[in-house]
Design a protein around this ligand. Sequence first.
Ligand SMILES: [Zn+2]
Length: 143
Amino acid sequence: MKIPCPHCHKTNQLAIERLASQPICGACKKDLLSAPLEVDEQLFEELTAQSPLPVIADFWASWCGPCKMFAPTFQASALKHTNEALHVKINTEDNQALSQRLSIRSIPTLAAYSKGKELTRVSGALPAPSLEQFVQKAMQDAS
Ligand SMILES: [Zn+2]
């Protein structure tokens, strides 16, 4: 699969199982999973279906103030849980078909996935401690 590096934006080609073995960007050598990945519908589908790590998804839009305020909290969580949980961001304006199919009605919406199943979902920007609980629960439920 093709993973865009969240640090230098270079595309990394890797087998999906490699996500579980602390992948590093071939270009900038940083941890690929230490920041949220910007994903499109195709990559979202691949990751939620097959990722060996639980997937935490942030559905957002550029016009959404609470989404922007939440972004640093989500980024900090991605760094804290590098190689434990995969943090992804879905731009709902660029991926309207996916957002409709998943019935994303308000943003930000956070959802957790493991092995093709949605584990849980919550609407609204979470404060950091609540996000931490959300991620911890997703990791428990996924194991
Ligand atoms: Zn990179």
